[in-house]
Structure formats: C-alpha cells, structure tokens
Design a protein around this ligand. Structure first.
Ligand SMILES: Nc1ncnc2c1ncn2[C@@H]1O[C@H](COP(=O)(O)OP(=O)(O)OP(=O)(O)O)[C@@H](O)[C@H]1O
Ligand SMILES: C[C@@](O)(CCOP(=O)(O)OP(=O)(O)O)CC(=O)O
Length: 483
C-alpha cells in the first residue's frame, strides 16, 4: 500500500477536530504515486523559473515563502517507530537524555507506523520553522535545538554544479531550515511518535546537510530529541547502550540483528486509546526517578541480567525466553510507575484484560505463544511467535473485543491479510467465533473497548524518500504543500 493512501490506517475518530490536517493530507494524497523508498542523495528543488512559477506558485505569495529566483534545497526521509522489549524508564541526565539502564527494542514496519519528514534550506528563509501533521509548532524547545545544533556542527560542503548551488561547511550555520513532518499514526498517544519523529528529523537533516557520521553517531543525536528515538535509527532488533560517560558520548544505539534475522514474528497492536495521555513519558519518568525506591533495584540489578537474556533469546530465536523476558519487563516497568508518588497509571481495564487473555492462553499451551508489552499508555503490543499463532490470537481478541460497527476492514489496519488467515472475512465470522476454551468467563464481551488493531511485523531503519512528489514541502515556495 502506498504511503499516501494510508489515511485508512488511522482510527476514524483520529480525524475529529483535525479538519485542517485532514484537508492538508487529502490534498497531498490526491497528489501523486506511491513511494519507492530508494535511497539517494538529497534532491535540490529547482531554481524557480518563470515556467515553474506559472505551474507551482500560489496566487497570493506567503511573505515568508522563498522569493522568486531563490533556490530551495530539500531532502525527505521516512523513519520507523520502535517498541521496547526491555524498557527505558528514568534518566541520569535530563538535558543530554542519558538513561539509567540499557534498553532493547524491535523496530516496526514503517509501512504501518512511521514518520515522514521533509527538510529544506534556502538563503531566503529568515528563520527555522516546523510543521507537524500540518500545524506549525515551535522549534524553540531544547530538544529540537539540540538536534539542529548537533547536525549543523557536522554538516559538510555540498555542491550541485548543474543547479548552481554551493554550500560551504561554515555556511550551513547561517542557513535556516523549514521542516514538515507527518506521522501515519496517532501522535503523543503512547505509540512512540517521538521516537519515529526525532529519528526521522536527525536522519533527514543529516542527508540534507551531507553529514558523514555513521548511524551510531546519528543515534546519539536523535537521543537528545527523545531517548527512545536513538533506537529508531536501525531496523530489526536494537540495543541502546546507556553508556557511563558524563558527556553522553558512549550512549548510543547498536543493531543486534536486522529485520530479516527472525522474520516469523508477527506484531498485533490493540489501540485501546488514541487520545493524548495524561502523563508524558518525560515527566512520568522524572517523577519515578525522584520518588520510586524500586527503580534503583530495577536499573542496577534486574535490567542488566535481563538484557543478557534478551540478547541470547534474540540470537537463538528462542521465543520462550524472548516472551518471558518481554512480559516480565513490561510488568516491572508498570510496577515502577505504580511505585511512583503520586502513582502513574498507564494501563486500564482493557489492557489488563488483554494481559489476562494472553497469560491464560500461554499457560494452557504450556509454552508462550504470544508476548505482550505496554509503553506509557494503555495500548497493547502483542508479539506472536508466527503467523499461525497471530491468526489464533486475532480470533481470541476479536471474540472479546468485537468491532463497534460492522466494518472489519477499518477495524484491522496494516497487514490486513491476517484477517483471511484467521478466517474472518465478515462481521458474521466474528459473531460466530467460539469462546476461547482457556478463559473462565467466556460469555463476557467488550465491544468498543478496542478502537482498532494494527497488524505489523519487524521493519527496516530510516530511508530516503527520493520521489519529490512525496516531499511534504513545495520545492518552489519552500512551504508545506497544501498549507
Ligand atoms: N514526526 C515528528 N517529528 C518531530 N517531532 C515529533 C514528531 N512526532 C512527534 N514528535 C514530538 O514528540 C512529541 C510526542 O511525544 P510523547 O512522548 O508525548 O508521545 P509518544 O512518543 O507518541 O508516546 P510514547 O513515547 O509514550 O510512546 C510531540 O509533541 C513532538 O514534540
Ligand atoms: C515507555 C517508553 O516508551 C519510554 C519512552 O520514553 P521517551 O523516549 O518518549 O522519553 P524521553 O526521552 O523523555 O523523550 C519505553 C521505551 O521506549 O523504552
């Protein structure tokens, strides 16, 4: 499925109150063909000519847009999100974003959950500006400033003789950027939009500014945008090494194995709520560090041995060990939240019901079939050992959490083929599902408690989007398309 037809992946309610974003997106969606995703050097926008102005320029020009005759140089990238199986929770340095423990994550398929970002520079831009999901946001926060500063420091000379553009290393400091980004899933709803977003920003700025540093170095810059973002610089299985140094230079991500290493795994996300959460990860973990006596024990004693176990499990594709450690770590992370004063509740009754369903099924099989993990929100991320298990899991989930209306195809987004594997072609198939035998109260159903499901898999790291039609910024005006 092409990136620009992915509105269907979003909870229909997600668009409520997002009218301007919706029309912005619709305008883009009707624009052009699906992405190719192939990597390539940044593509400079054309030097505006009378012909291109006639075609592309708006009737009333924005006073902040690039004046006619000025070049706009742009790059577009797409970055995945990731879900931690050993959680990062707690900082030892708030400004540099240095964690109290190592963490490990799986990168999700960017077709289903990712950020797409276009960055542009032009001598005509008077200031740095950013638009997120079609709305202008401030770049004045320390996190955005750190990422911009660190990338600018590493920018290298760029020349395009044909287009007559030459940018010397020292010139990058003087050039302002315009940034437009779009998440193909709900923002700030516990689905790690900050991870995809900051990874994408750093990756794409790095491409635009001809940064030569390796992904490890880029990951430590993305870390300064949002800790979990450092793990989105790689596909597959990724470890964020906490590091020991005060300057954070040894706190970066490494890839443990790429997305092809263990490709049996199927990921089903139950989106329990896509509303913005009450306690952000940043403030939640700050409170935990200040008040939870359990956190120290977790960081110093529990996590180090779990990280070793997890690395072994991944290396050997040992699902039993992988699932046990994943579930235990999610539960301990939420226990640490509960141990915070005042206590933080990220999970809700639906989250607890899903845990109970998985635990009972795993127990009845004698060996884990599915692992669950929950970030700073009620949404369940369920990792099934293979497709067959994922199809069985979906049947059980659909039995307890049938859709509110009759439209199955908007109730499960992402890899919809799993519906066929589960024998669920229509709402009648859902109604006819038998009660899972392992559950004690099979008759109770919770229609409407899950907003929708996403079926995904492990995915690759960030990519350049070479097709300029998919850029979010107009290469003539230097402003977001459709705004
Ligand atoms: N595409 C993006 N580009 C740049 N920044 C982004 C992007 N998407 C989100 N962000 C930043 O991340 C913030 C949301 O982060 P927050 O941690 O609250 O939610 P989340 O990452 O979706 O959830 P969680 O980390 O708990 O799973 C936004 O306010 C914005 O500053
Ligand atoms: C529960 C988590 O998702 C916490 C993520 O926290 P963030 O990376 O969003 O926090 P900041 O570094 O303050 O931006 C666990 C994880 O991803 O490891």
């Amino acid at each position: 499925m092409g990136a620009w037809t992915r509105c269907a992946y979003i909870d229909p309610g997600y668009w409520d109150g997002h009218e301007s974003l919706h029309s912005w997106w619709t305008a883009l969606a009707s624009a052009k063909s699906p992405p190719t995703g192939t990597a390539r050097a940044p593509t400079p926008g054309p030097i505006s000519s009378p012909a291109s102005r006639k075609k592309g320029a708006r009737e009333a020009r924005d006073p902040m847009a690039a004046p006619e005759g000025q070049w706009v140089l742009m790059a577009t990238g797409r970055s995945p999100t990731n879900i931690a199986v050993i959680k990062y929770w707690g900082k030892r340095d708030e400004a540099l974003i240095l964690p109290v423990n190592d963490s490990i994550s799986v990168t999700l398929d960017p077709d289903h959950l990712s950020a797409t970002t276009t960055v542009a520079v032009s001598p005509s831009f008077p200031s740095d500006r950013m638009w997120l999901n079609g709305k202008e946001i401030s770049l004045s926060g320390g996190r955005f400033q750190s990422c911009l500063r660190e990338i600018r420091k590493r920018a290298c000379e760029f020349e395009d003789e044909k287009k007559g553009i030459k940018i010397k290393k020292e010139d990058w400091e003087k050039l302002h950027v315009h940034i437009a980004s779009y998440n193909n899933f709900p923002t700030a709803a516990g689905l790690a939009s900050s991870a995809a977003g900051f990874a994408c920003l750093v990756f794409t700025l790095g491409k635009l500014m001809n940064v030569k540093e390796d992904y490890g170095e880029l990951s430590s810059i993305a870390r300064q945008g949002s800790g979990s973002a450092c793990r989105s610089l790689y596909g597959g299985f990724v470890k964020w090494c906490m590091g020991k140094k005060d300057d954070g230079s040894d706190s970066f991500a490494v890839q443990l194995a790429d997305e092809t290493h263990w490709n049996d795994l199927v990921i089903i996300i139950a989106v329990v709520s896509s509303k913005q959460k009450e306690t952000s990860s940043t403030s939640g973990m700050r409170d935990t560090v200040e008040t939870s006596p359990l956190l120290q024990y977790r960081a110093q004693t529990v996590v180090p041995s779990r990280v070793l176990k997890m690395e072994e499990a991944i290396k050997n594709q040992d699902f039993e060990s992988f699932a046990k450690v994943t579930c235990a770590d999610s539960n301990q992370f939420h226990a640490v939240c509960l141990d915070t004063s005042p206590p933080i509740f990220y999970m809700n009754d639906t989250s607890h019901r899903i845990i109970s369903l998985v635990e009972k099924w795993n127990h009845s099989e004698g060996t884990p079939q599915v692992a669950y993990t929950f970030d700073a929100g009620p949404n369940a991320v369920l990792i099934a050992r293979n497709r067959k298990t994922a199809a069985l899991l979906l049947q059980k989930l659909m039995y307890y959490f049938p859709p509110q209306d009759k439209d199955l195809s908007s109730y499960l987004v992402g890899d919809k083929s799993i519906l066929g594997d589960a024998g669920l072609h229509s709402i009648e198939d859902v109604d006819a599902l038998p009660a899972p035998p392992e559950m004690k109260v099979p008759d109770q159903k919770f229609k409407g408690d899950v907003s929708y499901f996403i079926c995904s898999r492990l995915g690759a790291g960030p990519k350049v989007v070479a097709d300029e039609n998919q850029a979010l910024i107009d290469s003539v005006t230097g402003l977001p398309k459709g705004v």
